[in-house]
Design a protein. Sequence first.
Length: 337
Amino acid sequence: MIQVAVNGYGTIGKRVADAVRAQPDMEVLGVAKTRPNFEAQSALDRGYSLYAAIEDRADQFADAGMEIAGPVTDLVEAADVVVDATPSGIGAENKAMYDEYDTPALYQGGEDADVADVSFNARSNFEDAVDADHVRVVSCNTTGLSRVIAPLQEAYGIEKVRATLVRRGGDPGQTSRGPINDILPNPVTIPSHHGPDVNTIFPDVDIDTLGMKVPATLMHVHSLNVTLESAADAADVRDLFADEDRLFLVPESLDIDGAGKLKEYAHDVGRPRGDLWENCIWEESISTEGRDLYLFQAIHQESDVVPENVDAIRAVTGAADAAESIETTNDAMDIGR
């Protein structure tokens, strides 16, 4: 069994821990938090061993009635791999600790690409991360774009990708984030960081991205225009996407007209925390004019990178190839059902 440490038990970390626990070949060795709060208590309630991410704050956990197993260094030293799910910038600061204990580490998309040996998307470049010491799982938006680009590149070739990203202002728990009542070009310059980030996975893809923030917490929505190298029929593209487990084609018959209903649907079908691990592509939006493909997709920013982290664990430990890992992860999490 692969022994996995999760450093950071917030929006991503808690989801990764639960996904790792569901795998037949992995165990959660423990999780680390910087301070005692409701998430630290939740970790204990779920049976995870809790470690202090900042050793000087260990007494705060005791004062809050929370038993810790030790400092995060003990957790890192004992683990086969550590998933760093700390806030942006902290992962880079933790890198020296992972090197000190010779523990392979995964970072999240909020870190700069140069923190790692490779940026990772399971569908697109699994093999590049095999046996790597430091791997960066790209952001939620880059993950969503990569999952669409990969099959299109293979089937038709890509001349140009143009993406407009309508981004949520913050996650539900990020009470300090905004905007509250506004629509912001973010950034106002072009391209947004998403295009260059896609190029860490697909260095030869010509892509332009624009971004804006809106006062919502539910999901991101992408408007995509992809100019293909060969003409495509919309029905054929739908069939192509239907074969991809991490793409959910939202049928018109479900009457899901926005991100709010998508989240409600996720709750209704029993998804933990209402998570949507797949890209949600409105099937009726898939249209073509010659070599130009158009579509709308929604990306659940809290969860779409979770299965990618699981697959990256297998890559860095050499536990499986891409096809085996993706199938195991999908089966364990009931992805694509």
